[in-house]
Design a protein around this ligand. Structure first.
Ligand SMILES: Nc1nc2c(ncn2[C@@H]2O[C@H](COP(=O)(O)OP(=O)(O)OP(=O)(O)O)[C@@H](O)[C@H]2O)c(=O)[nH]1
Ligand SMILES: [Mg+2]
Length: 330
């Protein structure tokens, strides 16, 4: 391994605990060493891929045990690559949450698909997520075909098993195993927790022998601003429909610590003024609720009290505008 950067990374910041000379940050474990009879230490990157809404982010959170990636019942919720680290005594599994691969209709859609594909080429293990309660479809066949070209170990993960009975699950496992050449086919429910630990064991088994990649207590190296903006977006997605979920973007403009309080100023972007009215609600009541929901989550994340100031702005057709996309972090 040649000091691979963290998977899915878009900038050139140095990675914490890189494989090359990451001794200090990584606690100085020897590669592949360890006491005789003990299994070797393994560390590496894995990601879940699949159609929008397949349950990738929910599963990532269930494995990590902390809510790090936002989720919703709207397709194409995930837009930012989030990396979260699961620490175990004998392994470190870095999960990279990616957007759902889809047929792009906007420049944003194209950018998101690019992010997904660049992540695939950098991880050790890929879990193709297919919901137990939906027929295997063209989208799944298309993704499976693309994955076949990669060097990573590809396994299939049948998600949301709590939504089907045993017979339906057996049929789905069969259909999925016929879809392609998978190293494993693992059924799992992120909601009930069924088989989550088993999935981690199986994935970890395919990670390379490697020194620790991240310091012991590190949950993620993603900037707080990004995680906070995502939590606000998740709250804003609640209860909106049609095209509006896609039109919402959030940017944290400023974070000012004041004693025990963190003051956060964020902008919620929409594409049209008619959408602004919906997001605000009657006398801004909807926005107020979004603020309350998001603030609770952010307080949990930061461990401090939070004052959250939200502003709704219109950025016309931002999903198709390269300049706007750049400003919004894509
Ligand atoms: N019943 C049940 N629902 C689940 C499970 N996993 C996810 N869901 C639901 O499925 C929906 C989509 O979940 P996400 O985790 O956001 O899906 P995703 O694949 O990350 O979606 P994108 O980011 O849009 O690609 C949400 O409403 C989740 O609550 C599960 O194990 N059981
Ligand atoms: Mg997601």
């Amino acid at each position: 391994m040649t000091g691979r950067p963290a998977a899915g990374r878009r900038d050139s910041r140095p990675a914490a605990g890189r494989r090359d000379g990451g001794g200090a940050a990584a606690g100085g474990r020897a590669s592949g060493g360890g006491e005789p009879g003990k299994p070797p230490y393994r560390a590496g990157f894995a990601c879940f891929v699949g159609r929008p809404n397949a349950g990738k982010s929910t599963l990532t959170n269930a494995i990590i045990g902390t809510k790090i990636a936002i989720t919703s019942n709207k397709p194409q919720t995930t837009r930012h690559i989030i990396r979260a680290v699961l620490h175990r005594p004998e392994s470190q599994l870095v999960l990279v949450d990616t957007p759902g691969l889809h047929r792009p209709r906007t420049l944003l859609g194209e950018r998101l698909n690019d992010l997904v594909r660049s992540t695939w080429s950098e991880v050790d293990v890929i879990g193709l997520c297919i919901p137990a309660n939906e027929p295997v479809g063209r989208g799944d066949r298309f993704i499976t075909g693309e994955l076949a070209e990669l060097k990573a170990t590809v396994m299939a993960v049948v998600t949301k098993t709590d939504l089907v009975d045993k017979r339906r699950l057996a049929e789905q496992l069969l259909a999925v195993s016929k879809l392609g050449e998978f190293a494993e086919v693992v059924p799992v429910s992120a909601v009930s927790g069924h088989q989550v630990d088993t999935l981690v064991d199986v994935m970890t088994g395919y990670l390379p022998e490697s020194p620790q990649l991240y310091p012991d207590d590190m949950l993620t190296e993603d900037p707080e601003q990004v995680l906070i903006a995502e939590m606000i977006r998740e709250a804003a997605l609640e209860g909106v429909r049609d095209e509006l979920p896609h039109s919402i973007a959030v940017v944290v403009e400023e974070m000012i610590p004041e004693g025990q309080l963190m003051k956060i100023y964020a902008d919620v972007y929409v594409e049209r003024s008619s959408q602004k009215a919906i997001v605000l609600g009657h006398q801004a009541s909807r926005l107020k609720q979004v603020g309350i929901t998001a603030r609770q989550q952010i307080e949990e994340l930061l461990g401090t009290r939070v004052y959250l100031d939200l502003h709704v702005r219109v950025a016309k057709e931002w999903q198709r505008d390269p300049n706007q996309l750049r400003k919004l972090g894509f």
